[in-house]
Design a protein around this ligand. Sequence first.
Ligand code: FEO
Length: 394
Amino acid sequence: MRSVKIIENVYWVGVIDWNLRDFHGYETRRGTTYNAYLISDKKTALVDTVKAPFQTELKENIEELSSLEKIDYVIVNHVEMDHSGALPYIMERAKNVTIISTQTGKDGVIKYYGGEGWNFRTVKTGDELKLGNKTLQFVEAPMLHWPDSMFTYLKEDELLMPNDAFGEHFATSQRFADEADQAVLMDEVAKYYANILMPLASVIIGKISEVSQLGVKPKIIAPSHGVIWRSNPERIVNAYLEWSKGATEKKAVIVYDTMWGSTEKMAYAISEALKERGVTTQFCHIRKTDLAEIVKEILDAKAVIMGSPTINNSVFPTISGFLSHILGLRPKGKIWAVFGSYGWGGGAVRDIERQLKESGFEVLEPSISVKFAPNREELQKCRELGERIAERIQ
Ligand code: FEO
């Protein structure tokens, strides 16, 4: 049996995507899951579907417990295709189904799939749907992760299904958080938060407060990716609150690229000074480290130090791309520093510094730009930059 009982009459019927390694650019080295939940009462509800290539697996999981014909409602918490991809397949086979979603969700379903002849009911925060003894309550959650997103709360069982929120890309045979390797789990939780939710920190703080004021106090949190939090769900909620407030450690991340080793020598000199002063230092050659891993390391770091060689009077393309990505993720409360090298005109350090400042980030000056290769004095300047960063982190 592949479906998994969560509580009486509520089952996980999702799928495990063991082999996923790229989720639109996010390196998912441990795969992921697409969680769907079947709730059986006088009426039957399917909460979310799965990615389209797994639609027959979803059907088989449902048929272990019921049949597609018996589904009365499909709750579309979120239209992104990892959760709605199997919707057309389900709608073709399950007659008399009503799709429950936000208005934006309905618009998205119609735009992606046509939805001709499908029944819709749109809901707003606080709306409820009686299944029999069980009641579903809905909470709009725009931008967690798309404008259409909503949470579904099973009131009597105090079970929250928040879709993308509180998830992680983690394919595992264990379905519950308390069964999983805790270090691996929290590493993936942090990576997921950093790469997907970091720019939404203020939305997350507001939503957690709003949900609490609505009287939603979940005993179980069942997200759409990864494991289900059936004991101590406060652990992940508190982790989200801490990250959203910009909590950091005594830690620096050096992100750099190098053409002929000059920028790398500078990176080593900076990192040595940091390490000598007790600062945990993560050293990331951008072409040898997963982007998602770098972003995760930045999440709880107090300092981010960026190094680039100069090419065509500007930033090396790998660092330029990373800079654009990290600026979009809007990490909070960090000190930034910049270093790099050039052959003749220079420009990389100047351009990184300018972009950081234009985005409102604090840059520790002066930055260091070295011609050709760093000599002894210039490496000493790099060490001094490391020392200044360490002083700020203390
Ligand atoms: Fe898991 Fe925004 O989709």
